[in-house]
Design a protein around this ligand. Sequence first.
Ligand SMILES: NC(=O)c1ccc[n+]([C@@H]2O[C@H](COP(=O)([O-])OP(=O)(O)OC[C@H]3O[C@@H](n4cnc5c(N)ncnc54)[C@H](O)[C@@H]3O)[C@@H](O)[C@H]2O)c1
Length: 373
Amino acid sequence: MGEPVNVGVVGCGAISAQYFRTIERLPQVRLVAVADLDLDRAREAVRPYPGTDVLSVAELMADPRVDVVLNLTVPAAHAEIALRAIAAGKDVYCEKPLAANVADAARVLRAAAEAGVRVGCAPDTVLGTGTQTARKAIDDGLIGRPVAATATMMTPGHERWHPNPDFYYAPGGGPLLDMGPYYITCLVTLLGPVATVVGAAGRTRAKRTIGSGPRQGEEIPVNVDTHVTGVLVHASGALSTLVMSFDGVATRSPNIEVHGEKGSLVVPDPNHFDGAVLASLLGEEGWRELPAAAGYVEAGRGVGLADLASAGLDVAGGAEPRAGGSLAFHVLDVMESLLNAARSGAAVTIASTCERPPPVGLRSLGEGPDGMP
Ligand SMILES: NC(=O)c1ccc[n+]([C@@H]2O[C@H](COP(=O)([O-])OP(=O)(O)OC[C@H]3O[C@@H](n4cnc5c(N)ncnc54)[C@H](O)[C@@H]3O)[C@@H](O)[C@H]2O)c1
């Protein structure tokens, strides 16, 4: 393996600590600088990582050491920060969603293609043993031809625990754009791209109350649908039924189930890297747990960034990373189309498509680049 790729982080809020911890474990990447609109927050975030420079966003973008910008800002700022990084000639890896809307995401991918830089995007949880073991079981034919899936996410809302939850109720947020990326990226990884969607959506309350932190008790406006349901018709013909909600208290439905002609699978929470994959096969009683057979073991948020770095090292000109821009764009397109379908009451054809990313063999984080086939 060559020199690690130097990372500059923009946005040092709630999720940044998870990335910093993973980057420390990854030989392919090295944290060199951070930036935030709130410089005190940035300083506090990298206190455990002495030697990391705290810069303004403009300084970080101009810093010649920074190879890739890790964009951990709120969804409304994703496109702006990504475009600034691309204009500075840097690769960019973005938290999800790729942008607050498809038009902005298209601008990001177009600018990156013109500049010859690569775009990666969360979620990378699907590169862990949970989704990858389920994918291997499907690809190996364990459940026969997959015909359907269900995906359910039910929570009363992130304002209970997040100190600044405004973005979850602004365009670019809501249960679909916030949590849908995990579920739909997993479904696309398992069943391939989506061709058409139908949907219905609603919102129960005009305001939400912050439940923790210095703003506890403050009311924030709700400007997005908070219960979204739909059916994704995959290009393969498989049908995925989706329920994404900030309006329910709890659920006992599995996060994801996939049904094939010869068997059914329970797929673990796609917001986590690992978890048990269960199979029930035609002619057998009950469920059995499949041993972890694929994916990064004990992974953390940021493994997709290492994959982007590795893709660049392994392949002349740089390959599309597994947690890549075209997959993230397709997932955003599916989500926006689902909301449009819910609004119009008509089925919407998805204009974009993508390849299923290459599978990940069973491997540890420290093993270095996973050869891209
Ligand atoms: N909080 C979580 O558990 C979680 C989990 C997974 C993914 N995410 C995703 O991570 C992203 C960030 O979420 P968060 O919870 O850390 O949010 P946050 O509000 O806690 O932090 C965002 C940070 O970005 C900074 N910022 C915003 N706009 C900026 C700009 N233009 N330039 C520089 N800095 C800017 C803010 O000052 C803030 O410090 C979101 O896309 C979210 O969907 C969050």
